[in-house]
Design a protein around this ligand. Sequence first.
Ligand code: NAP
Ligand code: ZN
Length: 368
Amino acid sequence: MNNKDEFFMQKAIQLAGRKRYKNKPEPLAGAVLVKGDQIIAQGYQKTNAEPHAVSQVLYNLAPEQESTIYTNIEPCFSPENNFSCAKMLVQKGIKRCVIGTLNPAPEINGKSIAYLKAQGVEVTFGVLEEKCRQLNIFYFKYTQTGLPFVTVKYAQSLDGRLATATGQSQWISSGSSLRLAHQLRSIHDGILIGIGTLLKDNPRLTVRLVKGTSPWRIIVDTSLKIPLTANVLNDEHIKKTIIVTTKVAEKKKMAAIEKRGAKILKINQDPQGQVDLREAFFRLGRIGIHSVMVEGGAKMITSLLKNKLFDRLVITIAPKIIGQGIEAVGELGVKELKEAIKFNRIRFKKMGADLIFEGEPVNQTWKV
Ligand SMILES: NC(=O)c1ccc[n+]([C@@H]2O[C@H](COP(=O)([O-])OP(=O)(O)OC[C@H]3O[C@@H](n4cnc5c(N)ncnc54)[C@H](OP(=O)(O)O)[C@@H]3O)[C@@H](O)[C@H]2O)c1
Ligand SMILES: [Zn+2]
C-alpha cells in the first residue's frame, strides 16, 4: 500500500458515495482504472439496473495489460457468469486490482480475491479499509444478519438527562446538532421511537432541516396507545408509517390505523410483555429496511442497549445541567465495571456549543 493507492482509492470511494444506500441490496461501489499515473476510466453504479462499477469501467475497453483497477469493495464473482466483475477483469488482462473491503455476500466473500490471485492478477487488499467499511456499513450488517443496522441517537445534558422531570426535551441541543439529526434521518431507511416519546412530543419524524427523502417512521407501541390524532397518522407520509404492536392491541384500532394507510406489524411479546425488538428488526429487514435510526426515548434506548440490539451510538452532549430528570439510560444490570458497554471507533466532534460522541459497541456479533 502506498500514497498513490490511497489517492486512487479515495477517488473510488468518492464515486461510490455519489449514491445513497437506501433500501438496496447492492453495495455502494466505485471503480477507477489507472495506467501510469493517469485515470483512464472510472464509474459507479447509479441504479441497481446498471452494471456494477468494475464492469462498467471495463466493458468497452480493449485488453489492458499494464493497468490497475481500484475498487472500494471486492468485485462480484460467479464461476458461471463471464460478465461477473472478477471474470471480466481477468479477460481484459488487468494486471493489478486494489480492493478496500471484502464483500460479505456468501457467493463472493473472499472467493473473488482467491479467483483473481489464481488467475495471476496481483491483488492488494485493505487500502483505506475503514473508510470503505463505513461507506457500506448498512449493507455489511444487513447482508450478514438480515437485520437492519441500528443507530441509536439522542441528545442529553452534561449530567446525562434526556429530558426534565416533567418530560420536556425540546430542545436540549443546538440548531446545528438538530440539522445533524435530520441529516442522519435522511441516510437511514427508518426512524424508530417508543410510544412514550410519541405521546409526549407528538413528533413528525420527517426530514426538514436538510435536503433528502423522509424515511419510514416506526412507532413501537405494545397495546396501540397511539391516538388517531397523532401527527404521524395525519400527514402526507402516512404510507411510510409503521406501527409495531402485539396481539394485545385492539383489533378495531388496528383496522382504523390500517384504513388510514399506515402499516401494522404484529410482533410477539418479549418476556416483559412488550414488543420483542429483535423480532421487530427481522420483520423490518424483510420489508426492505436496512438501516434504522432510533431517536428515543429513555426506555427504548435502555432496552436496545441492554439487549445489544444496536450497532452505533450517537450522543449529542449539550452544555446544560438539568439535575433531576429523565435519565438517558436506565438499568442495564451492570454490577461490575468490566460489564459496562464499551466502544470502538470512537469519535468526538464539536458542533455549535455541543459535543457529539459517536462509537460502535465492542463485541459486535457481525463484522467485515
Ligand atoms: N433528548 C432526546 O434526544 C429525546 C429523544 C426522544 C425522547 N425524549 C424524551 O424521552 C421521554 C420519553 O421517554 P420514555 O422512556 O417515556 O418513552 P419511550 O422510550 O419513547 O417509549 C417507551 C415505551 O415504548 C413501549 N415499548 C414497547 N416495547 C418496548 C420495548 N421492547 N422496550 C422499550 N419500550 C417498549 C413501552 O410502552 P408500551 O408497553 O405501552 O407499548 C414503553 O413504555 C420524553 O420526555 C421525550 O421528550 C428525549
Ligand atoms: Zn459485479
